[in-house]
Design a binder for this molecule. Structure first.
Ligand code: HEC
Ligand code: HEC
Length: 297
């Protein structure tokens, strides 16, 4: 006990210990005979340290940083993420606005010839299609049973820019006053034709595309009941949305049962209208997009 007191006294009397080899004072810490030297930090390090301190004080003053009881300090710049987002969006809108003005002023067929505006329209149309149309027509617009393929050359109501625009804007058998409209009678359910007559005309319809043998009684019924809409040759009539029955494309299926069922019950497919739901700009973009898919006329 006595010995230890002596030792501390001695250290305080002689001041900090100096390392023999480097001439630098030690901190007095020692591990297994190794002593820690008390070198000052390098100058460059000190400067960086000071700068970061200054920078952080500047940051606290200028930007939102410290929490307070009711929120946080706002900073002199008044910066917030919301403001930044709004500014960025305003910039994008402004750029879009420039395109939109030119886009609105130009007829649809003019846009299709104008490289930059066309690209702008297709980009907008493609994204609006995914959001609003893909559920029925498929992501790739290839359609499915009951919903027509929009990529091919077969059009029920027409594939020109004007036709497509009208189909999208007003819909087909939709609730819009100006909707495209027609109604195929339910020949079986409404008692216009009996079962045998429907079977015969089913075979006749299938024979138009080589899926069944010619049926003379069916041909007769067809001329009387069906040709007014589907045409004498079965090529359809776009003015009433009557599909081509002589091609290989079927909205409701090509099996005998499927065709029989369409004639018996009739189907009157509904496509919703987009007037008042999507903006006029979007509808025009969609028109150009659908037209560009491959079947545009
Ligand atoms: C609720 C389902 C549904 C949605 C959603 C829908 N469609 Fe349709 N669409 C249909 C049906 C069904 C038809 C076929 C109508 C008929 O039988 O004549 C059709 C027909 C069309 C036609 C006419 C095709 C032709 O051959 O003449 C176009 C063009 C079209 N749709 C585009 C669109 C676009 C663009 C959108 C999105 C803005 C869209 N559709 C959204 C169901 C839908
Ligand atoms: C008033 C006009 C009209 C008459 C008459 C009519 N159809 Fe139709 N038919 C249509 C329309 C419109 C459609 C398309 C329905 C739809 O798009 O949902 C259609 C669709 C069909 C289809 C489905 C085609 C497919 O691609 O799946 C068949 C088959 C058909 N009709 C056969 C007949 C036969 C057979 C008759 C006569 C017995 C007949 N139609 C008479 C208007 C008519």
């Amino acid at each position: 006990m006595k010995k230890k007191t002596d030792k501390t006294e001695k250290a305080s009397r002689t001041g900090p210990e100096i390392d023999k080899h480097s001439g630098v004072e030690t901190t007095g810490h020692e591990w297994d005979g190794l002593k820690e030297l008390n070198n000052p930090a390098p100058r460059w390090w000190l400067w960086i340290f000071l700068l970061t301190v200054i920078w952080s004080i500047w940051y606290w003053v200028m930007y939102p940083s410290w929490p307070t009881l009711s929120g946080h300090t706002e900073g002199l710049y008044g910066w917030t993420q919301h403001k930044q987002l709004k500014e960025q969006q305003a910039e994008i809108l402004q750029r879009q606005q420039a395109y939109l003005e030119a886009f609105r002023a130009m007829p649809l067929d003019g846009i299709a010839e104008h490289e930059e505006l066309y690209r702008f329209a297709l980009a907008g149309g493609a994204s609006a299609f995914k959001d609003n149309c893909a559920a029925c027509h498929g992501i790739d617009a290839a359609g499915m049973s009951h919903y027509p393929n929009l990529n091919d050359d077969a059009w029920i109501w027409g594939g020109s820019l004007e036709d497509i625009y009208e189909s999208i804007k007003y819909g087909i058998r939709s609730e819009h006053n100006e909707t495209r409209y027609s109604e195929m009678p339910a020949f079986g359910a409404d008692g216009i034709l009996n079962r045998q007559e429907i079977l015969d005309v089913t075979d006749y319809v299938l024979s138009l595309s080589g899926l069944a043998a010619e049926n003379l009684r069916g041909a007769e019924i067809y001329r009387e009941q069906c040709a007014s809409c589907h045409g004498m040759d079965g090529r359809g009539d776009r003015s009433v949305g009557a599909p081509d029955l002589a091609d290989a494309i079927w909205l409701y299926g090509s099996s005998r049962d499927a065709v029989y069922s369409v004639i018996y019950h009739s189907r009157n497919g509904v496509m919703p209208h987009w007037d008042g739901i999507l903006s006029e700009d979007r509808i025009r973009q969609l028109t150009l997009y659908v037209h560009s898919l491959g079947g545009g006329e």
